[in-house]
Design a binder for this molecule. Structure first.
Ligand SMILES: [Zn+2]
Length: 365
């Protein structure tokens, strides 16, 4: 067994996965028929290809347009519950044992749901998915991250929503959407409020915009994690030498081990990175940044955690220890408490050891 063969069985942690970016094509077709929404294709394979091709345009804005179709079919409680349930089952089948799934409830009110009803519908789906996965022998924990859209002016309201559901499945708060022009300082009071409430925050930053966006996320937003964060690389000089020099912000992010939720395939599609081999994730890992591997949008990127890991192994030279380290960093950066993180980390180490020992014995025989 090679490492590439064992990847699907490795225990995985995903911190950055959009609920509205991971639907099954069959489900979109089904739900679209129910609500009379017109899709660009009605054959599952063709629809899947359309999503990946449209998302491949190299522009974050074009990439975001593909969500019009997924969001259109997620406007009722049963639809949200189904999509959430299937997301958990798909992640579990890929070896994910812990996931934080993010989505923006404000985009799912066109069918008459309230924000609270939308969050509850997704929570039901997650609970059902966890139960169904358990019956298939997969143990997975899933938390919601409630996202506010950057261009909309509902950050306060959505932060309150997240806080109302903090002990009922919502683990953290995020902002997403067009990054440039919609920085955290648009509504500084939101971050103060969340900090006052000791509530975890992750912010998309350093994907379409640069260091200033990351600085605002970690300082003003006091984000414990950064979504993507690819462009922290811009604050490091001498990358082609043996002694790169970190700027003050890069040092801050590394010193505080602020987790970078990196999504290699997605970054190629939006133009935030040029190739898997040259993706900053590998260089940042070598420099001891807290890098984690994520999917972002499984549908639009035609990806999965196993796929992202396989690409890093085959194109960027990652080995089993690198995958274990990134998975442990992710476990340590989950929006759970200390004891839960420790337990998750122990589960990961044990499983990696078993899989690694098993494949070594096989190689010897
Ligand atoms: Zn994202």
């Amino acid at each position: 067994m090679t490492l590439l063969d064992t990847i699907p069985t490795l225990p995985k942690v995903v911190l950055h996965d959009h609920l509205d970016g991971g639907l099954r094509p069959e489900t979109i077709i089904d739900l679209a028929a129910q609500v009379g929404h017109t899709l660009p294709a009605t054959d599952p394979a063709a629809l899947k290809a359309w999503f990946v091709e449209s998302a491949d345009s190299g522009s974050l804005e074009r990439y975001l347009e593909t969500f019009d179709h997924t969001i259109a079919v997620m406007q009722t409680a049963p639809a949200l519950t189904r999509v959430a349930r299937e997301a958990v089952m798909d992640l579990a089948a890929d070896g994910v044992i812990y996931a934080e799934s993010r989505w923006a409830p404000e985009q799912h009110l066109r069918g008459g749901l309230t924000l609270d009803e939308a969050v509850e519908a997704v929570q039901r789906g997650f609970a059902e998915g966890v139960d169904l996965a358990a019956r298939e022998g997969h143990s997975i924990e899933v938390g919601q991250l409630v996202t506010a859209m950057r261009h909309a002016d509902r950050w306060d309201e959505i932060a309150d929503l997240a806080l109302r559901h903090r002990d009922k499945g919502v683990y953290g708060f995020d902002i997403a959407g067009a990054e440039a022009g919609f920085m955290p300082d648009r509504f500084p009071q939101v971050w103060r409020r969340l900090n006052d409430e000791n509530f975890p925050v992750t912010i998309h930053a350093g994907e379409a915009a640069g260091a200033e966006s990351i600085a605002q996320a970690v300082h003003l937003g006091q984000a414990q994690r950064v979504g993507h964060g690819v462009r922290i690389i811009d604050d490091i000089t001498g990358l082609d030498t043996d002694t790169p020099v970190l700027g003050r912000l890069a040092n801050w992010v590394r010193d505080n081990q602020i987790a970078l939720e990196m999504c290699p395939c997605s970054n190629l599609q939006t133009g935030a990175a040029q190739s898997i081999a040259s993706h900053p994730i590998t260089r940042l890992r070598d420099l001891d940044f807290a890098v984690t591997i994520n999917t972002d949008n499984r549908l639009m990127s035609g990806t999965s955690m196993s796929h992202e890991m396989r690409l890093l192994v085959s194109e960027a030279g990652w080995d089993i220890h690198d995958l274990l380290n990134a998975t442990l960093v992710a476990a340590w950066s989950t929006f759970t408490h200390h004891d839960a993180r420790l337990a998750l980390g122990e589960r990961i180490i044990t499983a990696f050891e078993e899989i690694h020992d098993g494949s070594e014995q096989e190689n010897e025989s």
